[in-house]
Design a protein around this ligand. Structure first.
Ligand code: G3P
Length: 213
């Protein structure tokens, strides 16, 4: 399973790069707005820093305008992937972008039927938002399972990015289900590495070592 970092923060990207764990980055308008400043130079810098796909989202709501924005966003780097919201206009745009060989990631996906349309339109990635489904009292990971099941039946090339990940259990289940990608916030990436027994064990090893060092 690939790990993408779900952030627009350069420091977090740098830290995750040092760990050698990052295969790509996903941003969205909220994440870029959180960083403030000039979003264009921020997005350009992220594309330069990351050796892998970087999702940059359009903010237009009509297909023609989405395609125009996408053509602008791909100038930020050869690794830019255009995030398109899951609407009928979005699907129209994905079809056009796919004909133009511009890679897409269909975002804000909350049902299997939406994921099916995205795949049929030729999206490279689809992003089910599991945390936001959990928030409304459903089980977000069930959606990932069902999308993977349907895609496997028809051999769709569209890869599933598990998004809106809130905790390590989401990552574990993504891997168990065979999701292609998990896009994780930095805080979750950090938590994946830690275990209280690892800390306790290491402390004991180091204490014992002092007796002979
Ligand atoms: O990149 C989209 C996404 O992962 C959103 O996460 O936590 O805002 O639901 P969240």
């Amino acid at each position: 399973m690939e790990f993408f970092l779900d952030t627009a923060n350069l420091e977090e990207i740098e830290k995750a790069k040092e760990m050698g764990l990052i295969d790509g980055v996903t941003t969205n308008p909220s994440l870029l707005a959180k960083e403030g400043g000039d979003w264009r130079s921020q997005a350009r810098e992220i594309c330069q820093m990351v050796n892998g796909p970087v999702s940059l989202e359009v903010v237009a709501t009509e297909a023609e305008e989405m395609v125009r924005e996408a053509r602008d966003l791909v100038q930020f780097g050869p690794n830019a992937v255009i995030k398109i919201p899951m609407t009928l206009e979005g699907i129209k745009a994905v079809n056009r972008l796919s004909e133009m060989d511009i890679p897409t990631n269909v975002t804000l996906v909350f049902s299997v039927n939406q994921a099916l349309l995205a795949a049929k339109a030729g999206a490279n990635y689809v992003s089910p938002f599991v945390g936001r489904l959990d928030d409304i009292g459903t089980t977000g990971m069930d959606l990932v399972y069902q999308i993977l099941e349907v895609y496997a039946q028809y051999d769709f090339a569209t890869q599933v990015i598990v998004a809106s990940i809130r905790h390590p259990e989401h990552v574990l289940q993504s891997a168990q289900m065979g999701a292609h990608v998990a896009t994780v916030p930095f805080a979750v990436l950090d938590k994946l590495a830690s275990h209280p027994l690892t800390d306790k064990g290491l402390e004991k090893f180091l204490q014992d070592w002092k007796k002979i060092a």
